[in-house]
Ligand binder design. Structure first.
Ligand SMILES: Cc1ncc(COP(=O)(O)O)c(C=O)c1O
Ligand SMILES: N[C@@H](CCOP(=O)(O)O)C(=O)O
Length: 505
């Protein structure tokens, strides 16, 4: 099973990381050819954004409201407040001034978002900030901390779809091919940017902290390091991959390895952030979801604003399934598209509280004790966003599926055998797809998007175990172990002839 070894093998030194700017070596010229920078010999894209800052009043705004509040609720908070829960202890949501956004029609928004793709203009070169008006409309461009995340590949899974599922319109949204190797970058740019703003306002935020199964911590540490903000990450000892563990270490986070599971770490960070000036970076904090929802908008954009029939998302702490719902819903409400896709949330059978809740007709949610799974980033038994996930799935005729260890590893290996290199969580989502196709719920011609959430390279140990057939009680049907051959021409030729014979056209 994929796991990290003891932290003691690392000699940890915290370092000071200074804020860095991207320097463009050439001088900025005006249309008439004159230099127009305030600095004489060099300029950067932040300076340029500053110079071009609009002087007209910003018509857009957003605030925190209780999640799924009754229509007569007046409770709301500024995004500049440090608050994670409503008065009643429920979740919060970021609510945009929809009427202000509605002053423009769908065609306007489609054109605006499309016009920003593929450029380096600060901050719109990011797939998240290219939708800034829908994300954090009031933040100054100067406060944004971005690695130009998003704009991830939407891969047409031609061979995988055809050979394994008889499908011709299957796509994989590679959210894991990203700055720190997972979709968490999308939310973290938003959260860390807001923290940057709060610190400039002298609000009491000394550091930012999270509990993590590996990906949130990687994203938090990278974005904090880029901005020179201290980060603290709380990890369940021996339950995340080595590649994930080394990310916050390399980025200078203060790393705590704790002898508990993710749910235990989450409980701790919730308590800690109430006591210390550490800002909470987990998706309990609804700011994160504002960034993550842009992946849904991006999918529509990549399909030239046509809506897919199905979108399948692996679920753990369950913020992301709601983020996808919210992204699609905003596009629908604001007239960019004319319908919603159906969402599927896929869980590992070893960590399946949402699946059990769905199967019980959404009655009496009960957290579970999550068992070890190769999809280690979703080994979560008590998801903080359960209410958000249930709301999302109920409102889009959604489905929940589960995948056993063997199913998810086989699905991952099958996808890899067609040229992908996906993580085990994507294997969970692909298993859901197999099951729904086999039951005829998803039709062969349905346009379907599977969301791939992390880079496969973070989980190479799981793949090594699979391809070495080293997993107890697993047939590893699609394993492809290397063939050991003597350093002898004849022996190599024999092996190659046998191989080519088996592949003859
Ligand atoms: C790789 C990966 N996939 C899927 C998920 C599930 O996302 P969520 O917690 O938002 O449900 C996570 C984190 O939980 C993750 O790190
Ligand atoms: N998979 C996550 C678990 C925490 O999720 P979050 O979205 O609430 O931060 C991780 O990588 O830590």
């Amino acid at each position: 099973m994929t796991s990290c070894s003891s932290l003691s093998s690392f000699n940890l030194h915290r370092s000071t990381v200074t804020n860095r700017h991207v320097i463009i070596s050439s001088t900025v010229k005006t249309a008439d050819g004159n230099n127009n920078g305030t600095s004489s010999s060099s300029s950067n894209i932040r300076d340029e954004a500053r110079r071009n800052r609009s002087t007209s009043k910003n018509p857009f705004s957003a605030k925190y409201v209780p999640f799924n509040a009754p229509p007569d609720s007046t409770e709301s908070y500024s995004l500049d407040e440090i608050i994670y829960r409503s008065k009643s202890g429920g979740l919060l949501d970021v609510e945009h001034d929809i009427e202000a956004l509605r002053n423009h029609d769908g065609a306007y928004w489609r054109q605006l978002f499309d016009s920003r793709i593929g450029k380096t203009k600060w901050p719109y070169g990011s797939g998240v900030w290219s939708k800034k008006e829908w994300v954090l409309p009031q933040i100054d461009d100067d406060d944004i901390v971005s690695a130009f995340e998003g704009n991830s590949n939407l891969f047409w899974a031609e061979r995988f779809g055809k050979e394994f599922l008889g499908m011709n319109d299957l796509w994989v949204k590679h959210c894991g091919i990203s700055h720190t190797g997972s979709f968490k970058d999308l939310g973290m740019t938003v959260l860390v940017s807001q923290v940057n703003r709060l610190r400039k306002m002298n609000l009491p935020v000394v550091g930012v902290g999270c509990a993590s199964t590996g990906d949130t911590s990687a994203a938090l540490s990278a974005y904090c390091a880029a901005a020179g903000i201290p980060s603290i990450v709380i990890l369940p000892a021996d339950k995340i991959s080595m590649a994930q563990l080394v990310q916050p270490i390399a980025n200078g986070s203060f790393v705590l390895s704790i002898d508990t599971d993710f749910d235990g770490c989450m409980k701790l960070i919730k308590e800690i952030t109430l006591e210390l000036p550490i800002y909470l970076a987990n998706s309990l904090n609804s700011l994160r979801l504002e960034g993550q929802k842009t992946a849904a908008i991006e999918i529509l954009q990549q399909f030239n604003w046509e809506v897919p029939d199905w979108v399948i998302v692996p679920g753990g702490n369950l913020g992301n399934i709601y983020a996808f719902y919210k992204g699609f819903k905003m596009c629908y409400e604001l007239g960019l598209v004319d319908r919603m896709p159906r969402l599927v949330c896929a869980q590992a059978a070893n960590a399946n509280p949402l699946y059990l809740h769905y199967k019980a007709g959404w009655k009496d949610f009960k957290p579970v004790k999550a068992d070890a799974t190769f999809a280690s980033a979703i080994q979560i038994g008590d998801p903080v966003s359960i209410d958000r996930a249930v709301y999302a799935l109920k409102n889009c005729d959604g489905i929940v599926e589960e995948a056993t260890e063997e199913e998810l590893m086989d699905a991952m290996a099958q996808a890899d055998s067609t040229g992908m290199f996906v993580c085990p969580h994507t294997g969970v989502a692909l298993t859901a797809l197999f099951k729904l196709r086999n039951r005829g719920v998803i039709a062969p011609t349905d346009r379907t998007v599977v969301v791939s959430t992390a880079h496969g390279l973070k989980f190479s140990q799981a793949k090594i175990d699979y391809h070495s057939k080293a997993i107890p009680d697993m047939a590893c049907r699609f394993s492809n172990p290397p063939v050991e051959v003597k350093a002898d021409f004849g022996a190599v030729m024999d092996v190659l002839k046998g191989y080519l014979g088996s592949k003859a056209l």
